[in-house]
Design a protein around this ligand. Sequence first.
Ligand SMILES: Cc1cc2nc3c(=O)[nH]c(=O)nc-3n(C[C@H](O)[C@H](O)[C@H](O)COP(=O)(O)OP(=O)(O)OC[C@H]3O[C@@H](n4cnc5c(N)ncnc54)[C@H](O)[C@@H]3O)c2cc1C
Length: 459
Amino acid sequence: MTPSAAARRELPAFGDRLIGPDDAAYHDARKIYNAMIDRHPGLIARCAGPEEVAQAIAFARAHELPLAVRGGGHNGGGLGTCDDGVVIDLSLLRDVTVDPQARTVRVGGGATWGEVDRATGEHGLATPSGIISTTGVGGLTLGGGLGHLTRKHGLSIDNLLSADVVLANGERVRASAEEHPDLFWALRGGGGNFGVVTSFEFRLHEVGTVVAGPTLWPVELGAEVMAAYCDFIPGAPRELNGFFAYLSVPPGPPFPEELHLRKTCGIVWCYSGAEEDAAGAMAPLLEALPEPLLHGPGPMPHAMLQGAFDGVYPPGQQWYWRADFVNEVPDAALEAHQRFGAAMPTWQSSMHLYPIDGAAHDVGPEDTAWSYRDANFASVFVGVDADPANAGLIRDWTIDYFEALHPYSAGGAYVNMMMDEGQERVRASYRGNYDRLARIKATYDPENAFRINQNIRPA
Ligand SMILES: Cc1cc2nc3c(=O)[nH]c(=O)nc-3n(C[C@H](O)[C@H](O)[C@H](O)COP(=O)(O)OP(=O)(O)OC[C@H]3O[C@@H](n4cnc5c(N)ncnc54)[C@H](O)[C@@H]3O)c2cc1C
């Protein structure tokens, strides 16, 4: 009997929220953000709440089927889906409840960041997330969460107050500093290894209008701009976040037509302090560099900034990822960056160097599972294109770029920006925290039921 036929018999209350290969809804339901990944699950179970999540886990385990958990479906390596097994699809769990007095927000495990940012933005509040509104809260948070507010308010996990989790044995627990503190520690960076989070509670900060946008220079100035940026950002005020990028100018408004599709290097800024102080905070770097092609930062609501890249990166493109943590960028690394940055194979392909200092450094390497608190930057190399015929081109550029720069890295990588790259890479990314994670995994998921992720093997 197929998984979907068995599930219909054993889980009748799900009704048409069980989707199998014979259903008309299957083709759309199995799609994920990265079109390079084409998986065919045996069953997609759209769970309406924690009880159904527990039932779906029990079903997969009883039938010895692979079990994947899908939050926003954005993962580069396609870790929110699988072939032949059961996908627990959390897309119905997307309630967002803001408590403006307590400055907290409770968010369903399948929500996307755009939904959260819009709801909190109505109160002039926000919690740190990523840079694209369609990314899932689930995967981004459990892996760490880097974005425009990192330097001021830390990673997403640094603002996580509690999580409601369905464990591998079906038990439902709340993890926080007071309840199951070991699980709470592991969830903050350890990914989906420990259970299905049906609800997250985050601390909120006052973030209303931010001053944000890019400053862009000709791509030929990449090494000079990156070197100046790396010197400048660690000493900049925490209100100022900015990531370095090699990027092509998007072919549409608000960018001037004469720049469309031009390869550039630049910094994407977000100043989250008093509007009148933004220009002064950026000035030391801008004064040290040649006149840019474009200087675009302006005031905008934080939630608007969060959607600013959405048009450039719609779902359904081909994506190939590599990543590293970085302490410093010596001259030889700058040279390699320039070689590959100037040779981006398609206009959506890019390299970003995110700052992970400031408030992210206030937390120690062993305070959460996210070990690289001493690294200064997270680099990510992404080959992106709409055309599947270019899959090889973007993959080769990404791998070659990564391999040229990896010798200058700190060793591991941000797990959310890796693909499925094997155990050694996972261990390197958790460093000294891996063994503790493996012990906690042995307590909460001894049979490794949750293994479609950057997998931590039970000790
Ligand atoms: C265009 C784009 C932009 C990005 N930008 C950023 C960024 O700015 N900052 C950043 O930090 N990251 C960023 N990322 C990386 C992102 O954090 C990861 O891709 C992350 O895995 C996405 O989470 P998701 O829930 O959408 O993914 P999914 O594919 O649904 O899940 C990813 C992993 O998390 C697990 N998971 C998801 N939800 C839950 C849950 N509720 N409970 C238990 N396990 C769960 C899944 O099982 C899977 O292993 C970006 C990714 C893309 C594609």
